[in-house]
Design a protein around this ligand. Structure first.
Ligand SMILES: Nc1ncnc2c1ncn2[C@@H]1O[C@H](COP(=O)(O)OP(=O)(O)OP(=O)(O)O)[C@@H](O)[C@H]1O
Length: 624
């Protein structure tokens, strides 16, 4: 055992500005360059009304042909130069947005991967995906151009004002009173747009979740004949999302219309006054045209700010959703400081003392559970459905923490170990294991990256998969397809068991991990698992009491309490509850198959039944 540096809980939450500034800090150089280029493009764009004025007031009236051509060429150059430089600036902005999006996605993925099982169980896949895809995109795009746009808008707004005052201070003064009006409009719309943006983002997350759940469950939906109901439900959720986006867009457009009305009023005043001054001879036509161009442009930064404002509300909603995840602490904190070697061996075992556990405040799932698991011991947790077996397994594997009581591993509290050490020492296999879409070899390598071919083959043999591998044309390198859909339910379970065996953990927990198999195959597997590593302690959870009568000790749970404990013979003699469970579990059961496992078998071309190779099971108890 070694002691590693203790991790501490996260820092105090940052303000939104700090939060985003911290993430864009490293791209500041790119952003400044992009800002400078865009500003240069803006300056060039600002020059053309003055060129136009010169052309209209001097070159044309004085019939200066060369000067006129130069002016026209300069105006054309302004357009080309502005477009090219703007292109460069936007390319740089795009790069920053890509990099920032990538950073945020990686940060989210890393955090989500560390969050505990309860968070994942309670959060729909689509919700997770929409945060990783849409919210990060929104934040990245906005952050990459917001600062530059705000600065540029401010600079050009001031520059335009100066030019306008120089051209005609009287007309310029007609524009200024409109600014406070703009801010009043903006203030009135602020909360409305923010709440609609929040709702639209939440509905988008719900709709993505619904689609993900629907598409993931198509075989089950077909088997239940519930296609139309599910399609209607998914479309309904999508409609709600469209409704939320529609009302968000309406609020944004109402905001734009209100602000545009303010601008139109300004232009009206200006054209009226301009006409008057022109007719009086105090203003040339060139100055009037140039002034009009600057007036529409003085509102440009205001419109940009307005658009930016709507986008900022959407971004704030996205930031809140991303931070919600990033600031969610795992319910299984990794503050431990004890490490264990690569192939941990038990000396003292694992002890549970007075464990209490509940998922919500009103459901006591485990009460005063105490027992000890010795090195190399095989125990079985049994009990009626809902008695708390899986919940206890989750605590033992530290996928959840008890509300009271303590679990000790090798004499030290389990929470004092790093999570990586716990995962290395205790391996948990569930009834519905997840297999990945690569080959069988790649799936095994998730347990031990550098496992040799021999090691993999013997784990596959122990999980009774050797015959299957030999039949497959590419053997261990056969690709399994998405979710290992080319395997039957039982084969998937056996592959998951082989993967767990390869991990060589000190404790192996099999939570109904062989439930899809017929009893003889299950017995054979349990037999070879128990011989795999004499020092490994194993916790079996099974509904089939008859297949685990050979274990060293059976623990019977009833409504979250241990009500009986001992080997089969003892319990059979002394516990009526055990006898009842044992008698209920009559003889070999048919292979448990869901619609999906049946589909898996059909897809794989109907392989031989597990029951074909029945071999008499030598129980550890009977051989003693
Ligand atoms: N995620 C959860 N949230 C709330 N309650 C839960 C959750 N998971 C399980 N429970 C409840 O906890 C109790 C114990 O469940 P658990 O899955 O541990 O029982 P079990 O003995 O393994 O059942 P089974 O044999 O049917 O798998 C049950 O009443 C169950 O409804």
């Amino acid at each position: 055992m070694t002691v590693v540096a203790r991790k501490t809980p996260g820092d105090a939450p940052l303000s939104t500005t700090h939060w985003i500034a911290k993430r864009i800090r490293q791209y500041f150089g790119h952003l400044i360059l992009s800002f400078l280029l865009a500003s240069l493009a803006g300056l060039i764009a600002n020059a053309d009304p003055l060129l136009m004025r010169h052309w209209l007031d001097i070159s044309l009236p004085q019939r200066q042909l060369v000067n006129s051509l130069v002016m026209v060429a300069l105006i054309a150059l302004c357009f080309i130069g502005r477009t090219a430089i703007n292109g460069l600036a936007s390319l740089l902005g795009f790069r920053v947005s890509q990099l920032l999006g990538h950073d945020l996605r990686s940060e989210l993925l890393e955090h989500m991967t560390r969050l505990s099982a309860d968070w994942h169980e309670n959060t729909l896949l689509g919700e997770k995906l929409s945060r990783i895809e849409q919210d990060t995109e929104q934040i990245a795009q906005f952050s990459a151009d917001a600062l530059g746009t705000v600065l540029r808008s401010l600079i050009f707004f001031l520059l335009n004002l100066v030019i306008m005052f120089t051209l005609s201070w009287r007309m310029a003064l007609t524009v200024l009173p409109l600014l406070p009006l703009f801010f009043v409009v903006r203030w009135r719309f602020r909360r409305l747009i923010a709440s609609r943006a929040d709702r639209a983002q939440a509905e988008l997350g719900k709709a993505s979740s619904q689609f993900a759940e629907h598409l993931n469950a198509v075989p089950e939906i077909q088997a239940l004949g519930a296609e139309q109901r599910c399609i209607d439900r998914s479309i309904e959720v999508r409609r709600d999302m469209m409704g939320a986006q529609w009302s968000q867009r309406r609020a944004e457009i109402a905001f734009s219309v209100a602000v545009t009305a303010v601008m139109a009023f300004g232009i009206l005043l200006l054209l009226g006054l301009g006409s008057h001054e022109y007719l009086e001879g105090s203003l040339t036509i060139g100055t009037l045209v140039a002034f009009y161009a600057y007036v529409t442009r003085v509102f440009d930064p205001v419109s940009t700010a307005m658009e930016l404002y709507s986008r900022s509300q959407r971004m704030m909603a996205s930031i809140r959703r991303v931070r919600d995840v990033l600031e969610t602490d795992t319910s299984v904190p990794d503050f431990g400081h004890i490490d264990i070697g690569q192939e941990p061996r038990l000396r003292l075992g694992l002890a549970c003392r007075d464990l209490e556990f509940r998922y919500t405040s009103d459901n006591e799932v485990l009460r005063q559970v105490s027992f000890h698991l010795a090195p190399g011991e095989r125990i079985a947790l049994i009990g009626e459905s809902g008695s708390g077996k899986s919940s206890l397994a989750l605590l033992l594997a530290r996928m959840a923490d008890p509300k009271a009581g303590e679990i000790e591993f090798e004499g030290m509290p389990l929470q004092d170990y790093t999570l990586a050490a716990v995962r290395r020492a205790i391996c948990y296999v569930s009834q519905h294991p997840v297999l990945f879409s690569g080959s069988i070899r790649e799936n095994l390598q998730y347990a031990r990256e550098h496992a040799s071919l021999e090691e993999m083959k013997s784990a596959l043999k122990a999980a009774q998969l050797r015959a299957l591998i030999e039949r497959l044309p590419k053997g261990i390198d056969t690709l399994l397809g998405p979710g290992a859909s080319s395997l039957s339910g039982g084969e998937r379970q056996r592959l998951a068991v082989a993967r767990a065996l390869l991990r060589e953990s000190a404790i192996l927990i099999l939570d109904e991990a062989t439930s899809a198999l017929d009893m003889p195959t299950e017995r054979r597997i349990l037999n070879s698992i128990s011989r795999w590593n004499a020092n490994q302690s194993i916790v079996f959870i099974s509904h089939r009491v008859r297949s685990i009568t050979w274990v060293d000790r059976i623990i019977l749970l009833d409504r979250g309490r241990i009500v009986a404990e001992g080997n089969h013979e003892l319990l059979y003699r002394q516990s009526a509850a055990y006898r009842r469970l044992f008698e209920k579990d009559e003889g070999p059961e048919p292979v448990e198959e869901t619609a999906v496992t049946r589909l898996g078998v059909l897809r794989a071309g109907g392989r031989s039944n597990d029951a074909e190779q029945t071999i008499a099971f030598q129980s550890r108890v009977s051989s003693k």
